[in-house]
Ligand binder design. Sequence first.
Ligand code: F6R
Length: 613
Amino acid sequence: MCGIVGYVGDEQAAPILLDGLRRLEYRGYDSAGIVVSLEGKLWLTKSRGYVNNLAGIIDGGAKMPGTVGLGHTRWATHGRPTDENAHPHISDGGKIAVVHNGIIENYAKLREFLISKGYHFQSETDTEVAVNLIAYFYAENGDLKLAVAQAARRMEGSYALGILCEDFPDTLIATKKESPLVLGVGGTARYLASDVAAILSYTRDVYNLRDDEVAVITRGGIEFFSGELDPIEKTPQHIDWDVSAAEKGGYEHFMIKEIMEQPEAVRRALKSRVRDGEIYLDGLDIPADFIKSVSKVYIVACGTADFAGVVMKYNLERLARVAAEVMFASEFRYNLPPIDETTLVICISQSGTTADTIAAMREAKKHGARVLSVVNVVGSVIAEESDWSLLTLAGPEICVASTKAYSTQLAVGYLLTLFIAKARGAIDDGKYRAALDALESLPGAIDETLKLREKAQYLASRYFSANDIYFIGRGLDYALSLEGDQKLKEISYIHSEAYAAGELKHGPIALIDSAVNTPVVAIATNARLIDKMASSAVEVKTRGARVLAVVTSATQDAMRDIADDMIVVPDYAEAFLPSLAIIPLQMFAYYIALQRGCEIDKPRNLAKSVTVE
Ligand code: F6R
């Protein structure tokens, strides 16, 4: 995610800002920039690429004197990773600079409004809307703090903002909603940061800004105000974390941090796209005629992205009544199925740079298919070359094993499924509306499911010494088995396999060894298929397996007498239940790997981005 750092003090700001930006590099970014105030003017340097690149341009900061400034690392969401789109952004007229984390959902409407008031825009970003909105209110009332609060009231979505205005060269203003922002105190110096890791080497005493609050930061002082601009008192907190713990938000590994971030990530993926009972897919101009004419959907991806595709396939076939097949990109590219202009290929990729998925996408296009990509990285090859691209908005994922990227791929898959179902007339209004209601509550339900963490940890302590573990499921639960198995093997190195439960007796059941009570994770969340699933669990149980059942409050009764252990996720609309049921599987894998002393965030032999075949 984007990173913010700000400084007001006696020392030169730029080197401190560069240092802070380097400490935020772990979050992932594609461009960086700094603004300082000097002699009543704003001085700005920003560029695509790494902080070292920026540091080279400004000679380690030496070329930017001034003791007040803001820095930013950008992870592109609105607009590609370019110099123009990098932060800070300056208002039309040049008076105000802003750095921003988050997404302003109503930016298109606000941009139109500002254009009608004569404002000009240089970039494709939502941030430029924020800075010009502040400038607009400031021009109207001449009170910067009030202008910031007024602009904040007009912005929907999430934001953490650092603001510098040439009329107040010794002051930074900050406000936030949903995105975090902390303020640090060290002697007469004051700091601003999106997370404490940026400023820990300068101070350990920080204030957490709450939603809608406004802070006015000067050398030696910070004044806090409520959203209504009433003065408020705040108490600083002393942080004991070391830098490594701070980067992980106090968690032991990025993996568990990213697991815990899933409600927020899924909320981001869904929120701006579901409004007033409709789905808006970022203005993609997918012709309705094309959607109606689609005869076959191929979902093409690798690894975990492919397993998110299996969930999408089941939902597309059941809800949108369109034939869908999932193929590994490495298979698709050399074994091209029949493709024509009625084929829709959906490429899913977190990085957008996976070599096999790129090659598969190009093959599909060469043979006349239209390609829609579901990608996490703006400006990546797959996002740029596909006919249409939808962002998953997971934010940077640092742990090699994918968790929040997978969850957002599921979420975008739900939206696409409902969008296609509606366009093809496959879903009636009542069901469509009920599905949208369920989607709106999904982030909250994921949050609830995260409470299973302790239970997952306990179960991991019962299974961590196994040599082999099998995952079974039917339908969407089979799709989850694939991902549960993937998570476990890649971080714990336990041998594991996933099978469609109905396939057991055609071969895999021979693997169940009563001498070691082979563990079988039976994913049994689907109420429609619970009887079938229960009998599959009995099949393995009677041959000596030890059964760990993942159930819902609605399916638990059917599994209670069969399972040795159970973990119960909240019951939910069938199509979206994978978003809940995956949580205990991710945590189970995490805690097993932890107990086995594995290198969790960087498993052996694996890379985050697989850019070679
Ligand atoms: C597993 C994992 C990998 C990726 C796969 C595709 O946890 O992360 O299986 O899903 O390498 O990568 P992307 O999504 O970047 O195309």
